[in-house]
Design a protein around this ligand. Structure first.
Ligand SMILES: [Fe+2]
Ligand SMILES: [Fe+2]
Length: 193
């Protein structure tokens, strides 16, 4: 599937958990975090590209499941979690460019530093790109409405991520997000604690 077909597909089912705007925003924020973490422009562009595909495995899940507003059963939760492996398989079996980075990010973006993510990987065993995209993905998910909950404000979302810096999220990319937000959010960030 080419990017244009992927975009069209996402637009068609664009509601709830899986949507084109989330993919685009996460990609853009990934780029900004990378630049504020002193990555080269080329590396930041590659991370941005990979971030765009991070949730592509959700293409293979039923939209009713992605858009469900009631609490998920254990089985449904497992099904949602399978989007990382589905995305990895899809990318690995394609001939798309930037394949290694895209498939790593698709597979590992729900890993957390302390091993509490989907696959239980921890620390630096999680590739750098996935550690970076995890911060952008989480921030974007928190600051926009989802089928099952409302968005929180930028300050609240950042405070939550900062609270878990070094435990769930890579401190380097949390600091880079902070730098980016302080430069761009009107009036700067007012964070308590
Ligand atoms: Fe995801
Ligand atoms: Fe996502």
């Amino acid at each position: 599937m080419k990017q244009i077909e992927y975009e069209k597909y996402m637009k068609d089912i664009s509601t709830g958990l899986f949507d084109l705007e989330h993919a685009k925003r996460t990609a853009q924020l990934t780029y900004q975090i990378a630049i504020h973490a002193d990555c080269s422009n080329r590396a930041a562009q590659n991370y941005m590209d990979a971030a765009f595909w991070h949730d592509c495995g959700k293409m293979f899940l039923p939209p009713e499941l992605l858009n469900k507003t009631e609490p998920l059963t254990d089985e449904e939760f497992d099904q949602i979690q399978s989007h990382t492996g589905l995305g990895f398989d899809y990318i690995e079996h394609s001939n798309m460019p930037n394949r290694k980075l895209r498939s790593d990010v698709a597979l590992f973006h729900h890993e957390r530093l302390n091993g509490s993510g989907y696959l239980g990987m921890s620390g630096k065993a999680i590739c750098r790109a996935a550690r970076l995209v995890a911060v952008a993905d989480t921030f974007d998910a928190m600051t926009h409405d989802r089928s099952y909950r409302k968005a929180v404000c930028v300050e609240q979302a950042f405070a939550e991520i900062k609270k878990n810096s070094g435990r769930l999220y890579d401190e380097k990319y949390v600091s880079a997000l902070e730098k980016y937000l302080s430069n761009t959010v009107k009036g700067g960030l007012r964070i308590n604690g």
